[in-house]
Structure formats: structure tokens, C-alpha cells
Ligand binder design. Sequence first.
Ligand SMILES: [Zn+2]
Length: 291
Amino acid sequence: MLLGFDMETDVGSWTPFHEGLRHGTPKVLEIFQKHGVTGTFYFVGLSAKEVPESVHQVKEAGHEIGAHSLYHETVGDAIFPIPGVHPLLPHEVMPRLELNTRWVEEISGVRPVSFRCPRLFGSTAVCNALEDLGYVSDASYPLYHYRHRLEPYHPNRENWTEQGTMKLVQIPNFADLSIESKDPLGRDCDQWPLFRTESAAALLDHADSYLGYLDAHGISRRVLAFYFHPWEFHPMPEGLIHFGEGGVFPDPFIVKNCGEYALEQFDILLEGLRNRGAKFTTAAQIAAGTS
Ligand SMILES: [Zn+2]
């Protein structure tokens, strides 16, 4: 079981603010401590620089510090377009990930070895850059979209979604593949952000269905990777968000029930996972356990 947190600006690439990182992080860490569990926190380079105390809080609480791009740009293959965000050119990937790694290392004192791409938009170029930078894991593979890697694997240098000989371990983010998708991109099967748009119980039901799907496909190593963000645990503005010289209007589900409800449901989720006998590990530990 991997609980991964993407430590970034409020609402991902949509705003330049860090209210969630500042105020949500301590509350999330409290819930982790209450349940005695450990996770991996992936920091955007800029966010680590702007709110270094959140990096220190996470490190002092004993969790793994990972990286999550330099500015929350699209570093890999976009599955769908994002307003105002254009994917990096292939030759931009390495220098930006190198700088992301260096900034997080400078602030945390630890060189990150685990990565996650913004929006799970991974790619072959990203995996190759991570391999060359000494990373051991990348938790970017979105099962809702690619659908066929059901357990952690070593990717191929030519095609990151296929098995290969890299040392890097790719960790799929689970989606409920037992349900029939009505979205051409498969997004309606994804786990996120059901815990707050619906409830912890709804997400646990989908997790159980996915475990049943793994059994039906003969997968004995049952790894469930989850993804969350600190801004989900602090009230986010609903509707138009204005800054600079204009405004953005995220789809309502993106910011629905952020704050108190999300905290309450996250607590129930961890309780439910513990009751199912889940073992909580970091991404680096999952990589170390992958043959
Ligand atoms: Zn992100």
C-alpha cells in the first residue's frame, strides 16, 4: 500500500498559491501519525523552495521525500490538454528534472529517489531521465488509462508502459478496472478524487473491487498506490480564481469538499485500509521489493 502525496501549488497547475501546502500538510501528517503509517511526499521544486517548512515537517515525521517536477508542468505524455499548460519538449525533460532533484535535495538534505509526474502524465523520456538521475521509483502509471500493468515493473527504455531492463521501478496508480468505462480516456474508473467527492467508503469499495480484479488475473503481489494533494485538505475557492491578468475556473469536482470533509474521510479511509490488514510502505520500499 502506497500513500503518495503530491506537494504542489493549490489545485495543481491552476494557481500560484500554496495555502494547501502550508495549512493542509500539518493536518495530513497528524492523521498519518494517528494511524502510525508512512508514505511518500513528492515535492514540486518551486513549492519546496517557497514553503521549505513543509519539507522539513514531512522529513521530521519520517516519511520519504520525493520529487514532482520543477513547476508542475506537463513533463510526460499528456493524456488530455490542460488550459495554459503545454507539454515539455523532449530535450527539456532532463535539465528540469535535474533541477527539481537538486532543489529538493538542497532543502530536504536528502536526494530524492522517488518521482511522480504531474497528473500521472508519464513518458518514456521521463523514465529514461529518472534512470540516469539515479531514481529508484516512478509512481506515474495511470491504470485508468493504460489498463494493463497490474503490479510494479521495470520499464523498457523504448516504451515505458512495457516490461524492460531499467533499474527504475514503475508503480501503477490503481483504478477500478472491474467497472465498465464510459469515458474514452477511462477517467471514470480512476480512484481520484472519490474519497472527497463521494466518500472514503466509496473509495474502499472500488479498492476492494480492484483487489478482486487482481485475484481474477492471478496477481499475487497486491500493491495499491493512492495519490492525494495537501490542497485537498484545506478549503479551496469554488468557481473563478483570479490572479495576475485573468482567472481560471476549475471543473467543480476538482475542488469539491476540500478541507474538513476531506480530512474526515481521509481518516476513515486509513482506518478502513488498516482494518483490511494493509501494510503501508514508501515508494522506495516498493521498488526495493520488486524483483
Ligand atoms: Zn500534481
